[in-house]
Ligand binder design. Structure first.
Ligand code: AKB
Length: 322
């Protein structure tokens, strides 16, 4: 019998574009079906394996692909990020909750395993903000957070009630150099590298002292695949695991960049919407449950990530890509 295929939704997005290519490298190009909603995929993504446009808020479009390709695992990444969600709460609910609900229903019907990211956004101002425990108060104040908590509950429900193999990670801010993030609160930590290379300076929309958990993309991709490959018997949590790799404030990342970009400077022009979202999120999470249950062990800290980001983006800039 042919091996079941893997479906990635949101494959054109920040995480999806890199996760899809890594899944294709590991499991074979033809085994990984990439999907997006509107944005044109890169040439590499489109030509290395199957690609389709679907709309996760229309269940029949998800079911059709799952049936046609005999999908066994869904990486459901299509989502609206926190700042965009705050500007358009209705859209955030429809995509983040409606889309996940549809994917869970399809997973139930066709017997698929399902990965979906939760976020540090699933926490709120009444959560302990330092060493945030795996199981704790979750009363977020952003619409994004409301959709993430709802999604975690749905994953728990589908696992307990229907036996769907649901797995998830509470991602922190993800820093990457292939596809830009689309409207999150932690985006400053990506933009700062592009601006450092282009202009040697950056204006930050979060204020000094705003500490948040962060992670470099190679660890984010590895974590998702590692969790999906983990022994199901070892997984104590089916909603989402806390995972982090580093925690820093804007001035820390600026200081690290300045070690490589002489004369680099940063000033601040605070965006009140994103600042208030960031203030409601943890400073640093406790990810010991992920370490114990399935061996989470990120490789990149701030120094190693900064070195790699500046090298990769420096090469892209020299090629005239931005
Ligand atoms: C966002 O800032 O919205 C995301 C997240 C932390 O979930 N990057």
């Amino acid at each position: 019998m042919a091996e079941k295929r893997i479906l990635v939704t949101g494959a054109v997005g920040q995480i999806g574009s890199e996760l899809t290519m890594e899944l294709r490298r590991r499991f074979g190009n033809d085994r990984v079906v990439a999907t997006g909603r509107k944005t044109k995929p890169s040439k590499e993504l489109e030509e290395s394996g199957p690609f389709h446009f679907i709309d996760v808020s229309k269940i029949e479009t998800v079911a059709k692909i799952v049936k046609e390709y005999d999908v066994g695992t869904i990486y459901h990444l299509a989502a609206i990020l926190s700042a965009v969600g705050e500007n358009n709460p209705v859209l955030a609910w429809q995509v983040n909750v409606g889309g996940l609900f549809n994917c869970l229903e399809v997973a139930r019907e066709y017997g698929c395993a399902l990965f979906t990211p939760s976020s540090i956004g699933a926490f709120g101002p009444t959560t302990p903000l330092d060493h945030t425990p795996q199981v704790t108060i979750q009363r977020p104040t952003s619409m994004y957070g409301v959709t993430k908590v709802s999604g975690e509950l749905l994953c728990d429900y589908y696992h307990t009630r229907f036996g769907v193999d649901t797995r998830g990670l509470r991602y922190p801010g993800i820093i990457s150099n292939v596809t830009l993030p689309g409207g999150g609160t932690t985006d400053y930590a990506v933009e700062i590298y592009y601006e450092a290379i282009k202009h040697g300076r950056y204006t930050c929309f979060l204020k000094e002292g705003t500490r948040l958990d962060m992670m470099y993309m190679p660890d984010a991709v590895e974590g998702a695949i590692q969790l999906m490959e983990a022994d199901p018997g070892k997984l104590r949590h089916r909603n989402a695991y806390n995972v982090t790799a580093m925690s820093f404030a804007p001035e820390d990342i600026a200081a690290e960049i300045a070690k490589h970009v002489p004369g680099f400077t940063m000033d601040y022009d605070v965006d009140p919407v994103r600042q208030s979202i960031a203030d409601s999120w943890p400073n640093s999470m406790d990810d010991s449950a992920a370490r114990e249950d399935w061996g989470w062990n990120p490789k990149y800290d701030l120094a190693a990530m900064t070195e790699d980001m500046l090298k990769v983006l420096g090469e892209r800039h020299a090629r005239g890509e931005f």
